[in-house]
Write a protein that binds this ligand. Structure first.
Ligand code: GLY
Length: 579
């Protein structure tokens, strides 16, 4: 079965040139019901080699958490624009045996010495290059701690075994993908401002790799080996910590050995909601994503969404009005719950949603300018990456992690082989001044030592009768929340399968700027009807998000890797084997 799937993947890649697509139904019965029919599961990630790593870990007897940890490390090798050791993220786990759902918060923390006004210049203006492309733009990385924590909670295979594929990929090299080669070519100037990054991601003299060339990462392999040997200590103390601190000292950054030693993963109670007959388990603060997905679903529940029809003008209008409310609340109330009181119960209550729903006029767009001044976002590729894993024991994992921008701050830790995040830009540098995604905020998301910047990452698990139905998530900066929302609505209201739900064209509205962004797939009729309702419609140049979903339905494990970005794959394990 495995070789057949790999063959199918290869065909799709070669035919399409740019995309690995489609739902991959594995026609096999649920081994919980038919134990003799063997193992099953599914891994969906943005890189086909990393999906294969996850499938291999399932074959080796690992569970979904083991596979997710291995995929997380592998993507740090294969997908350096977002996969990372130097960033952070969130992992949501539904663990069948213990009947628990947990949210592993491994978001970056502001380092010791970070202050509210650290990005303001002498005129009190935000210095964007300091916030986004300097050593000061890095928060204390959380990825290694988060993956370690997830493994120590629910992992089964030895820790070292989970690092082994990533070490091998870094040391022996991986094939430069079409996806990465293109992006590296486009970002050469930015990455080659930093000598170490230029050396890691380009050939001699900054010459870009061509797709298909072998790309070896020796320093990264050594960093991964230290993590394999010493666990968290292999990153937060010892040689890697020394290299990070030396890099910071060279560039005037704050992430020193004391900040690294102080990093803490937090296990949080997930945000929970219901939508029609489905239970929604999603990411709580310091992500805004889960709260606002639940808030918007609660609003939509007051309308006959299925009858409005997928992609129709009334449907897009309704999503837009719901998003306008959600993103306005985001700017006011959301921040790190360890520092500010976030009114989660109220924001996710059916009663509040009903009040908001009652004010929606289905014929006319509301104006955001009545609420606050408008701002234009800086065009920036919003990168991050999501992966999902399901195993045959009823465990399911949704993980989104990031460096913030593609390639983070574009500064690598010399000698350690990985990039630093620029997550500090997700804080509010100055009230009323938007971040790179055009998002506004205030005190709740101001900078403080040890605080986590507000995120939009929305790893989400959907249960039916307590059993996993599917897991999903996406990159896309501020668009993550509306992207995940639309997948949920497409599956639950419009009866689409995971692949159809991901392929359907997407809209986005975030309160400010007051524009309705639409991918090209909407019909001219729909656009005209939306304009007649008063929406300022903009057709996007870029696709929105990249959904990676897995699920289980009718005895079939399913995976769907978004066709918007190349080289992603959903991969199933073959039979389990002894190590
Ligand atoms: N850095 C993007 C996010 O966390 O939402």
């Amino acid at each position: 079965m495995r070789s057949l799937l790999v063959a199918i993947s290869a065909t799709l890649i070669s035919i399409q040139g740019v995309a690995q697509v489609s739902e991959v139904p594995i026609v096999r019965y649920d081994s919980r019901i038919h134990p003799t029919l063997g193992p099953a599961g599914m891994v969906a990630s943005q890189n086909y080699l990393s999906s294969a790593v996850g499938a291999e870990i399932l074959e080796a007897g690992g569970n979904a958490v083991d596979a997710a940890v291995a995929v997380g490390f592998s993507l740090a090798v294969t997908l350096p624009r977002a996969g990372n050791l130097g960033g952070g993220g969130f992992m949501l786990i539904h663990h069948a045996e213990s009947g628990t759902d947990i949210a592993v918060d491994y978001r970056e923390m502001a380092p010791i010495g970070a202050t509210r006004d650290m990005y303001l210049d002498e005129n009190g203006d935000v210095d964007n290059s300091k916030a986004r492309f300097s050593h000061l733009s890095a928060g204390v990385p959380g990825t290694v701690a988060g993956l370690y924590k997830a493994h120590s909670e629910f992992g089964r295979l030895p820790w070292k075994r989970l690092l082994q594929p990533a070490i091998q990929q870094a040391r022996e090299g991986v094939i430069m993908t079409y996806d990465l080669a293109g992006l590296l070519r486009a970002r050469r100037d930015r990455l080659c401002r930093d000598e170490a990054a230029c050396g890691y991601f380009y050939k001699a003299d900054g010459v870009p790799y061509e797709p298909g060339e072998l790309w070896v990462q020796e320093d990264l392999a050594a960093s991964l080996e230290r993590i394999a040997e010493d666990g968290m200590a292999g990153f937060y103390s010892g040689e890697t910590a020394r290299l990070i601190a030396a890099e910071m000292a060279r560039g005037g950054g704050l992430v020193d050995q004391a900040s690294l030693a102080a990093y803490k993963t937090v296990i949080r109670e997930p945000a929970r909601g219901t939508y029609r007959d489905y239970e929604i388990i999603t990411m709580p603060p310091p992500s805004s994503g889960g709260i606002h997905v639940i808030q918007m679903l609660n609003i939509l529940e007051n309308f006959p969404v299925a009858e409005l029809g997928a992609g129709g003008a009334d449907n897009v209008h309704l999503l837009t009005e719901a998003a306008r409310f959600a993103y306005a609340d985001r700017s006011e109330y959301l921040g790190d719950p360890d520092f500010v009181e976030v009114p989660v119960e109220w924001l996710t209550s059916k009663a509040y949603a009903k009040e908001l729903a009652a004010t929606i006029d289905m014929k006319a767009a509301r104006k955001s300018e009545d609420v606050a001044p408008g701002v234009e976002p800086v065009p920036e590729s919003p990168d991050t990456t999501h992966f999902s894993v399901i195993d045959d024991e009823g465990n399911i994992v949704a993980n989104t992690y990031t460096l913030n921008f593609s390639f983070g701050s574009a500064i690598a830790v010399e000698g350690a082989g990985f990039l630093l995040n620029n997550e500090m830009d997700d804080f509010v540098a100055k009230t009323g001044v938007p971040n790179a995604y055009g998002l506004l905020g205030g005190d709740a998301n101001s900078i403080a030592e040890g605080k986590r910047p507000l995120s939009s990452m929305t790893p989400t698990i959907v249960l039916v009768d307590g059993e996993p139905s599917f897991a999903t998530g996406s990159p896309g900066g501020s668009r993550i929340i509306t992207t995940v929302l639309q997948v949920l609505v497409n599956v639950i209201d419009h009866g689409m399968n995971l692949a159809e739900a991901a392929i359907a064209p997407r809209m986005h509205h975030q309160w400010y700027p007051d524009v309705l962004q639409l991918e090209p797939g909407f019909s001219p009729d729909t656009v005209r009807l939306l304009q007649e309702k008063g929406h300022d419609v903009r057709r996007t140049r870029y696709t929105m998000g990249s959904i990676q979903s897995v699920g289980f339905k009718d005895g079939v494990y399913r995976g769907s890797s978004d066709s918007r970005r190349p080289n992603a794959a959903s991969t199933a394990p073959a039979e389990k084997h002894d190590q």
